[in-house]
Design a protein around this ligand. Structure first.
Ligand code: GDP
Ligand code: IMO
Ligand code: MG
Length: 424
């Protein structure tokens, strides 16, 4: 059996949580492979909205295991708060959830370093979620990090103290940054106690044995391809590999074990935080998309920047990920538009660009658009793609032709049920 992957093709918040939840009944295991509490994955069913940050989006379905892989960074305080939120729904998370011993821990001092670094950058800040993601991955690659497996060691406290001392000396670089670690350390240590109650596993063995036993597995990405540390709009990116290759290192599965790769994108485009966004609309149209799409961050509540779909960026993401099928999300947000625009290529210094340029951060990029007729009717009550308005069907076919990958799911609302199969 091969492992399937679902991941974002844009700048995150494409609707990964919703589609993982929709697809979960087809799988035995849902596994997160990177990112951490910077993610906010929303699921909606039976009139209730749930937002997950670290826990995989398969947690609400009976009989499915959820794995937090070695590539994930865990803030035990946020993790605990997420688990507590599951209590009213009688979810036996201790039986449904396992964590990799090799996943790294986010310390309170990592969060301080994130905040101090961002504050010092002023207008050039990344727009980080300030969850300590960058500093934690820096300690991982710098070979100083603390891992889940360390919490069982008698030396855990000593290792913790050594790392915090290092962080305190790093914080001296920011004399204007005032902090009081004692406020957060107690709660962090308490949450470590509760983390010990969960099952920590050698996740690379866990996942490979599951593959061997014929179990079906879906790897759930966080963030999006354009936020990838290598292939995103650097330096305005996150600190992990958000792409298909990240599944191999973040779970310990070989490339030969990867099956279907489902790339997910919005019928338009959003970005939260700083950095280039060629098709951004800083006008009434962008405002209308934000309002109709309720485009506010699931983790930070910040308004998301909105714009039109960007074909060169999507094609780039499809190439890097080897996407074999696509899900188009939030089609309903465009229900009240006479006309929809699609960026087909860019003009830079009078020259045509069909690909995403290296220097996009410093360049004056002019997107060139094609106008597509809108469907201008309510799609939220559709139960079959066959009944979709002809203009929506044409929009989907147009994008399939440009992107050269089938769009197998079209989403028309946040609820589990508002999901249409586009059978080919
Ligand atoms: P993720 O990070 O990729 O899981 O996405 P988020 O949860 O951060 O953001 C997606 C938002 O759009 C959430 O509020 C979802 O409930 C919502 N959503 C998902 N699919 C649809 C859709 O098809 N239509 C509408 N209107 N909202 C959707
Ligand atoms: P999900 O999984 C959207 C963005 C931040 C910032 C940059 C770096 O919900 O799609 P970081 O906290 O990683 O240091 O922030 O990345 N970012 C996201 N944007 N969705 C996310 O996750 C994001 N996680 C991080 O806004 O621009
Ligand atoms: Mg999100």
């Amino acid at each position: 059996m091969k492992l399937d992957v679902l991941l974002g093709l844009q700048w995150g918040d494409e609707g990964k949580g919703k589609i993982v939840d929709v697809l979960t009944p087809k799988y035995d295991i849902i596994a997160r492979f990177q990112g951490g509490p910077n993610a906010g994955h929303t699921l909606e069913f039976e009139g209730i909205k749930h937002v997950l940050h670290t826990i995989p989006s398969g947690i609400f379905r009976d009989g499915v295991m959820n794995l937090v892989g070695n590539g994930v960074v865990i803030d035990p305080v946020i993790f605990q708060a997420e688990l507590d939120k599951l209590e009213p729904f009688n979810i036996d998370y201790k039986a449904r959830l396992v964590i990799s011993k090799k996943a790294h821990l986010i310390l309170p001092s990592h969060r301080l370093l994130d905040a101090a670094s961002e504050a010092s950058k002023g207008k050039d800040k990344i727009g980080s979620t300030l969850k300590g993601i960058g500093p934690t991955y820096m300690d991982k690659t710098g070979r100083n990090g603390l891992r889940v497996g360390d919490i069982y060691s008698p030396n855990f406290k000593a290792k913790y103290n050594a790392l915090v001392e290092k962080h305190k000396s790093m914080l001296e670089r920011y004399p204007d940054f005032k902090y009081d670690l004692s406020e957060t350390e107690g709660a962090w240590m308490d949450s470590i106690e509760r983390l010990r109650e969960l099952t920590a596993v050698d996740s690379e063995h866990y996942i490979n044995e599951a593959i061997k036993a014929g179990k079906s597995i879906l790897a759930e990405g966080a963030q999006g391809t354009m936020l990838d540390i290598d292939f995103g709009t650097y330096p305005f990116v996150t600190s992990s590999n958000t792409v298909t290759a990240g599944t191999c290192t973040g779970l310990g599965v070989a490339p030969t074990r990867i099956g279907n790769v489902i790339g997910i994108f919005k019928a338009y485009c959003t970005r939260v935080g700083s950095g280039p966004f060629p098709t951004e609309l800083e006008d009434a149209v962008g405002e209308k998309i934000r309002k109709e799409g309720f485009e506010f961050g699931a983790t930070t509540g910040r308004p998301r920047r909105c714009g039109w779909v960007d074909i060169p960026a999507l094609k780039y993401a499809i190439m890097i990920n080897g996407a074999s099928e696509l899900s188009m999300m939030k089609a309903d947000v465009l229900d009240n538009f006479e006309s929809i625009r699609v960026c087909t290529h860019y003009m830079i210094d009078g020259e045509r660009y069909d690909h995403f340029p290296y220097d996009v951060t410093d360049m004056e990029v002019t997107p060139v658009y094609e106008d597509i007729k809108g469907w201008n009717c309510d799609t939220t009550k559709l139960t079959s793609f066959d009944d979709a308005p002809v203009e929506l069907k044409s929009y989907v076919s147009y994008l399939e032709q440009k992107l050269e990958v089938p769009i197998t799911i079209v989403s028309v609302g946040p609820d589990r049920t508002q999901t249409l199969d586009n059978k080919h």
